[in-house]
Design a protein around this ligand. Structure first.
Ligand SMILES: [Zn+2]
Length: 57
């Protein structure tokens, strides 16, 4: 089980949404977003932005 800080999470988010992370790291991101009041909404916002733009890069 990976314990991420908010700083680490933010750096991983684009790869997470791109599906570029390994399963363990991906789970760590999901777990953090589920319990963190800052990163959860941030992830949702980023998801919606990507849905509008299509892709990140
Ligand atoms: Zn956080």
């Amino acid at each position: 089980m990976i314990d991420l800080t908010c700083q680490e999470l933010v750096e991983l988010l684009t790869d997470y949404l791109d599906g570029a992370l390994d399963a363990e790291t991906k789970q760590g991101v999901a777990d953090h977003c589920a319990i963190c009041g800052g990163c959860g909404p941030y992830l949702e916002q980023l998801r919606q932005t990507i849905a509008v733009l299509g892709r990140l890069r």
